[in-house]
Design a protein around this ligand. Structure first.
Ligand code: NCD
Ligand code: ZN
Ligand code: ZN
Length: 434
């Protein structure tokens, strides 16, 4: 018989303290007599949120098991409060067939730390030349609904149009890595006065914004669902705000967007260290961009926070800036960064965090039958207990990830994930993996 948990004095989304019983995979009333025999957790001072859902995680398996595996990546996810992650397709081989997505999905089930929903590639081998077998991936056991060439932009407008048309058949969504390739050849950091001074090739805001503008028009033209990955500029927020206004009057198409924790906190000034720990795609931008992203996330223009957890082994990061890989870890620090940038600043309450880190990503990924549901009696017991009053200093050595490329090393961050439950089973208790 599986353990049941009686969680005493917990504040659901910051509300009045109550008791919750997690039993047989679902949430029951804490006053229920069947709580006898349950393991009791004193949750005084803790907040209960729905298990977090990441729409953008790189798990690296198959192919780069030196950087991360499905098992280690989902362990990091559980420690960060996640009960579901969408695993990006830029593996080796690329997740562009039913076979590969089923393999990733199965590895997630076997590991058991959180549900893994594979993202399917839009084009064969992420080459941007031919559409991958989107229908076969959708019909596979992995039931793929999110398609992305993330890491690369689907820059061919005809292919992007076809992909948007194709996914309508199974209510899928195309998640675009918006980067105009010609405008970003050799790009290393945000284009601005600083890139000139540092002698690093610039990645201009317009390279992101031009693709978003085009894709929004394509999504409207064919009547489909577009999702914009890792929005990083103020201009992108403006475009998405405009697009949402248009889409609201129509309903045959939609645009959703994500922001990453690092883009809510860090700025391009950090490139002056020449430390590639701060090298990421899209790059860290200006303080004005950070403010626009936070405002967009607060007012709903940006629907969700996604981590873009991008593990890289030390040999790909401990080198000169231009040679280093793009990307940084994110799963174990996301909730703390959102607390620091959005909650402690008064921009969001905990209900707003639950919407942007759980409910909305589950809806966009079409997994809301199980995930992103309210913390309420009768719902699946996917729950995270979080201590917003705790603080911790980030030590990369403590990460469950196989990689160490966190930009928050040595920083004191607010909050601590105390426990994570996946269908009533503890994956994390007292901050430790189970
Ligand atoms: N974000 C990154 O800098 N890197 C990602 C790719 C991506 O998300 O575009 C990776 O796979 O390493
Ligand atoms: Zn990307
Ligand atoms: Zn990514």
């Amino acid at each position: 018989m599986s353990t049941s948990y009686l969680i005493k004095n917990v504040s659901v989304l910051g509300g009045e303290p109550t008791d919750l019983l997690l039993k047989d995979g679902v949430i029951a009333d804490g006053a229920d007599a069947s709580a006898d025999g349950a393991e009791v957790i004193d949750a005084t001072g803790l907040i209960a949120l729905p298990g977090l859902v990441d729409l953008h995680t790189h798990l690296r398996e198959p192919g780069r098991e030196d950087a991360e595996t499905v098992e280690t990546g989902t362990q990091a996810a559980a420690k960060g409060g996640y009960t579901a992650v969408h695993a990006m397709a830029n593996t080796e081989p690329v997740a562009d067939t039913a076979g590969v997505v089923e393999q990733v999905w199965r590895l997630g089930r076997e590991a058991g730390y959180c549900d893994v929903f594979p993202v399917g590639a839009v084009t064969v081998g992420l080459q941007g030349e031919r559409l991958a077998e989107l229908g076969a991936m959708a019909d596979s056991a992995a039931r793929v609904r999110v398609f992305s060439d993330d890491g690369k932009c689907v820059s061919d407008a005809v292919l992007m149009r076809r992909a948007l048309e194709y996914v309508k058949a199974f209510d899928g969504v195309v998640a675009q890595h918006a980067q105009e390739p010609r405008l970003t050849e050799g790009a290393q950091m945000n284009e601005g006065e600083l890139s000139g001074r540092l002698g690093l090739a610039g990645w201009p805001a317009v390279a992101e914004e031009a693709i978003i503008a085009r894709d929004v028009l394509l999504a409207e033209h064919v009547g489909s669902r577009l999702h914009v990955c890792h929005v990083s500029t103020a201009g992108s927020v403006e475009l998405i705000r405009w697009a949402k206004g248009k889409a609201a009057k129509d309903k045959t198409w939609s645009v959703t967007a994500e922001a990453c924790p690092h883009h809510l906190l860090l700025t391009d000034e950090l490139a002056a260290t020449y430390d590639p720990i701060y090298k990421v795609n899209p790059p860290l931008r200006s303080a004005a961009d950070v403010e626009a992203l936070k405002a967009g996330l607060a007012d709903g223009t940006i629907d969700i926070v996604a981590t873009d957890h991008a593990p890289h082994p030390h040999e790909d990061k401990d080198c000169e800036w231009a040679a280093a890989a793009f990307g940084m870890l994110g799963l174990e620090t996301a909730l703390s960064i959102v607390q620091q940038t959005m909650v402690d600043t008064g921009l969001l309450d905990w209900a707003g965090v639950a919407e942007r880190m759980s409910a909305a990503p589950a809806r966009i990924g079409r997994v809301s039958d199980q995930h992103g549901r309210p913390v309420a009696v009768g719902e699946p017991a996917n729950v995270v207990l979080y201590d917003p009053a705790a603080t911790r200093v980030v030590d990369p050595a403590e990460s469950a990830s196989l990689s160490r490329n966190t930009p928050y090393r040595g920083m004191e961050l607010p909050g601590r994930v105390v426990a994570t439950f996946l269908r009533g089973t503890a994956t994390v208790l007292d901050g430790k993996l189970q």
